[in-house]
Design a protein around this ligand. Sequence first.
Ligand SMILES: [Zn+2]
Length: 282
Amino acid sequence: MALSGTVLVLSCRALSASPGMLLIQKDEVSCVRLLFMLTLLAAVLGLGIGSFLNVCICRLPEHRSIAWPRSSCPHCGRRLAPRDLVPVVSYLRLGGRCRYCREPISPQYPIVELATGLLFAAIVAAYGVSLASIKHMIFVSLLIVVAGTDINTRLIPNTVTYPGMAIGLILSLFVPGISLLQSIIGLLVCGGVVYLLALASRGGMGGGDIKLMGMMGAFLGWDAGLLALFIGALLGSVVGIERIALGKQKRRDPMPFGPFLAVGGLISAFFAPSILSFIFFQ
Ligand SMILES: [Zn+2]
């Protein structure tokens, strides 16, 4: 069923191990070529989806529609033409400035587009054309949006996390990996742990972080979800201590925690099985 990239390449290698079979070697070349084309296609899809994620990052915290109106320059208000909206390319061609008023465009736009493109390519390279890839693409998109809104506005919108929890639960019914029960337990355990941490930290973490972790638990299950939380907390602490040491931040200044949780979620989504088995079955 799942045309997993790794499985595809491995099965190609196994086939070509039989000596003197020119036909099979040809198959291997076409397998690798196919995987490369699919990865490239995923990157292009990711660039386009990244452009949409930028719209979500800018509009969801303000409760504006993500479908209408068309994008416009935040400085001069001019509606942007399709040629201004080509992911990454438009930004580079315009030198990072609006075509009409020449005010600088936030680097958030190309960064989000590029990150989504690269992550989508990595997903297809790892999971091929499969339901697991679709689940990962949705998860990655949700994480990019919450990281972006948390950095910009210190908000993690419920309009992302609540539907995200529902999608995580529903996908567990169709996608191999975790069962519905594991997804429900993941949601409750991960959300619950951050709820307790939020009580203990008295304002260090907010309701948005609790719902974000609940969503991540629904996608990853409780074990990979808690691993994501651990990685996020570790990264957040290292960056926080560094910023305090460099004088960029005071000890009591709150720092958005969502982006660190999102990075933890990304790492866990790709590597949790390897990391967990290394820790527990070493
Ligand atoms: Zn402008």
